[in-house]
Unconditional design. Structure first.
Length: 208
């Protein structure tokens, strides 16, 4: 059996548990249906810490910008932020993006907020299942490391984050598209070279 599968199964359990606890709240900042593993992380320790700080700051700022008619998720990977969810209008969408861009440390923002009603509990539960299945499928792949990817799902749309090569990104996207229930795949990668990828395979994560 693939050694990565037990880890992926643990991810599935954690994701489903967190979704059950938080899905009733209409506004969820930093609570996207996402999966990632700390091992073999290609970010520096400093970047990992700053990503957590960015999400925490968004959790404080955004409730002052959006109301209960919004459902906003903020994920940060190597200081590059992805915003997903639903807001009632373009003005709110722009306000959310401005607030996130104003957070110290943010280097880039991808705003994928949709205009419309917030997703239902059933939809979010389904997204949690899709995220888990994508992570399991990535863990079964022989030529890529599932630990290099962060998976976020919103209404069946899968967003892939991570520091990966063009080859790894393309392969991961193809794998995600093959998972049942996935409506589309959006790549939000920071690309690195094949040589840099090989360095991560032979050296521990750097500090700073």
């Amino acid at each position: 059996m693939n050694k990565a599968r037990p880890l992926a199964l643990a991810v599935m359990a954690a994701v489903l548990a967190s979704t059950t606890l938080s899905a009733c709240a209409p506004l969820i900042v930093g609570g996207a249906v996402a999966g990632t593993l700390a091992a073999s992380d290609r970010r520096t320790f400093g970047a990992q810490t700053e990503d957590k700080s960015i999400v925490m700051k968004a959790e404080v700022k955004l409730p002052n910008v959006v109301d209960k008619s919004s459902h906003v998720n903020v994920n940060s990977f190597n200081r590059r932020v992805l915003i997903t969810g639903e807001v009632p209008d373009d003005e709110t969408k722009a306000k959310v993006e401005r607030e996130v861009r104003g957070i110290e440390g943010v280097s880039n923002v991808t705003n994928e907020l949709e205009i419309g009603f917030t997703s239902s509990y059933t939809s979010r539960s389904n997204d949690a299942l899709i995220t888990s299945k994508v992570k399991l499928s990535l863990a079964d792949a022989k030529d890529i490391s599932a630990n290099s990817f962060k998976v976020i799902t919103e209404k069946g749309a899968v967003f892939l984050m991570g520091r990966v090569t063009q080859r790894e990104g393309a392969q991961a996207a193809d794998i995600a598209r093959g998972v049942s229930g996935v409506s589309k795949v959006v790549k939000v990668f920071e690309y690195i070279s094949e040589d840099e990828s090989k360095q991560y395979q032979s050296a521990p994560a750097s500090q700073g």
